[in-house]
Design a protein around this ligand. Structure first.
Ligand code: ZN
Length: 157
């Protein structure tokens, strides 16, 4: 268990397409545990492996609904509706931006035992899944933010 360094916008690892995971080796299990530690330490709701410099298709999410999610090789298989709201990213500290995302997504992924499952998400969880999966293809919300990025301080006035 360890807190890893969160990479920030401008670093190459955030712009690469990540590789699929074939099996959950002890090293991958350690990475998963560290990603939860790192996410909770930074008070985030999601973290993708490239954000700690590892180019693998792995995401952890905890939107504080009592159901932390480990998504290995995740894929969105259904998108429905739309929602427009502010989001932020641990790799772009101090900023927020307005992004339109689907209101509903179904995401197929593998769990830590490499069993396939589907999570049906809406609202914040759907937004978070879309945001984190974008990271696996080198996409940042800053690329999609309507009207660019704002400083969090201004936002809280
Ligand atoms: Zn992010």
């Amino acid at each position: 268990m360890a807190i890893r360094k969160i990479r920030t916008m401008g670093e190459d690892c955030l712009r690469k397409k990540c590789k699929e995971i074939r099996e959950v080796t002890p090293k991958i299990q350690e990475l998963i545990d560290d990603m939860y530690d790192t996410m909770y330490d930074a008070m985030g709701v999601g973290l993708a492996a490239p954000q700690v410099g590892i180019l693998k298709r792995l995401v952890v999410i905890d939107v504080q609904d009592g159901n932390p999610l480990t998504l290995i090789n995740p894929e969105i298989i259904y998108r429905g509706g739309s929602q427009t709201d502010d989001e932020g990213c641990l790799s772009i500290p101090g900023k927020r931006g307005t992004v339109t995302r689907p209101m509903y997504v179904h995401c197929r992924a593998f769990d830590e035992d490499m069993n396939e499952f589907v999570v049906e998400a809406e609202g914040l969880l759907a937004r978070c899944i879309c945001h984190e999966l974008d990271h696996l293809d080198g996409v940042l919300y800053a690329d999609k933010a309507e009207g660019g990025l704002k400083n969090v301080e201004e936002d809280e006035e």
